[in-house]
Design a protein. Structure first.
Length: 421
């Protein structure tokens, strides 16, 4: 099913934190991209028990580049809140779930990192810097700004971490701060000899939750380049965050293709072979009828698979068929971003596969296996299940158009085009 919905204001963002990454820098880039600071302030001000604040933006020259600088101004004393306090504030705010969900997850990532460092449960973590008004505005405001931009797809480049020391509520600690390193576990980072906190815990958590690593195979067209500068000055100037608005992002890569033909084996074995190859990691397996020498009808087997599975798959083909040889090639491919979500119907939850085209258009189709199972369980015609799944899928699509995609929904493995295993 397709819809000619209005396109999101921003389709795809590439975040380059090589010059620094903090909450205010990220927020500044989102304002420069078109998010309205007054609307963001209004959303954040819905949080109960939050002291009055003002978001101040200005354009400044940093290292010869015009940048956006954003500051949160608040006259009250610094707050130190527990994670549970912030959780209550967000849940009581009445702000839309599409904003509060990611915001809570960002705070949770920080709380789990701090909790591990200090030996506490996340809900008992006492936020100092992150519990202050400016940090709360940075986090909730960033998600609110993204909602105004249509929740674009976000990729991040590698983090660069500085060195030296930093003074925080717990005293003088080495850079990067312990919480930053804990949050970035599993990330590919670079440590440079620059006496500065290049990445803050808030900046690390924002990108950890809101973005995914930039694949080396990703192809994109830069549309706009936005710069935001930090408020901390150190040797070499303030931090500089670069954000690229990209157009028509298409994932590119390679797939291994294995082909062979047979004309002298029991065709009943082919279905077993197909199932076995999927178990070994094949992305797609299909058979084509061919006419072979001496007029004998035969079967052409084609298998698409990741390169690291080709040896196991080749061995299985030799064992289960009568072929004497295989033709193996590596072919280029492009694929769309796609994911699977369940939708509610009178037949129970039905899985729907969504895909996003390079221009931002999203379409969907019900998953056959899910519909077949529901039809069997309820003794209903398969077409009736499909029809209701399409109606629920359209309702979900309208929600996505308004609020964006929930990153916690089930993601489909995308080793290549073809049937989902």
């Amino acid at each position: 099913m397709k819809t000619n919905s209005k396109k999101a204001k921003v389709n795809t963002l590439i975040i380059d934190p090589a010059g620094g990454m903090s909450g205010d820098m990220f927020l500044g880039c989102l304002f420069e991209l078109g998010a309205d600071p007054d609307k963001v302030s209004g959303i954040v001000a819905s949080l109960p028990r939050l002291d009055p604040f003002e978001i101040v933006t200005e354009r400044v020259i940093s290292r010869g580049i015009v940048t956006k600088r954003t500051r949160v101004v608040c006259d009250s004393r610094p707050w130190a809140r527990h994670f549970s306090d912030i959780l209550s504030m967000i849940k009581e705010s009445g702000i839309e779930d599409s904003i509060t969900g990611p915001a809570i997850e960002i705070f949770r990532v920080i709380a789990e990192a701090e909790g591990k460092i200090h030996g506490k449960k996340p809900e008992h973590v006492h936020f100092h810097e992150v519990g202050a008004v400016d940090s709360i505005v940075d986090i909730v405001g960033a998600v609110a700004a993204l909602s105004l931009l249509g929740f674009p797809k976000i990729y991040r480049r590698r983090f660069r971490l500085g060195s030296g020391t930093i003074s925080i509520a717990h005293g003088v600690l080495p850079v990067p701060a312990p919480a930053t390193l804990e949050i970035l576990k599993g990330e590919e980072v670079t440590m440079i000899e620059r006496n500065a906190e290049m990445v803050t815990p808030t900046g690390a958590a924002l990108l950890k939750v809101l973005s995914e690593p930039l694949p080396s195979s990703l192809s994109f067209r830069p549309k706009r380049v936005i710069y935001s500068s930090g408020t901390r000055d150190y040797n070499g100037g303030p931090g500089l965050l670069r954000v690229i608005e990209a157009d028509k992002v298409i994932s590119q890569g390679e797939i291994t293709v294995i082909r062979t033909t047979v004309d002298d084996m029991n065709p009943e074995i082919l279905q077993y072979l197909r199932e076995r190859l999927f178990e070994l990691g094949a992305v797609e397996v299909y058979f084509t009828g061919v006419m072979m020498k001496k007029g004998r009808p035969g079967i052409k087997l084609t298998v698409l698979c990741p390169d690291d599975t080709k040896d196991d798959i080749s061995l299985a083909i030799f064992r289960e068929t009568t072929t004497f040889g295989l033709r193996i090639t590596n072919e280029k491919r492009i694929e769309l971003d796609r994911w699977i979500e369940p939708v509610s119907t009178s037949y129970g939850d039905i899985e729907i596969k969504f895909r996003e085209l390079p221009d931002g258009l999203v379409d969907f189709s019900p998953e056959y296996e899910s519909c077949k199972k529901a039809a069997f369980n309820h003794g209903a015609p398969l077409e009736s299940v499909y029809r209701e799944a399409r109606i629920s899928g359209m309702d979900r699509l309208k929600y996505l158009e308004r609020f964006g995609r929930d990153k916690n929904k089930k993601q489909e493995q995308s080793d290549g085009p073809g049937e989902k295993k």
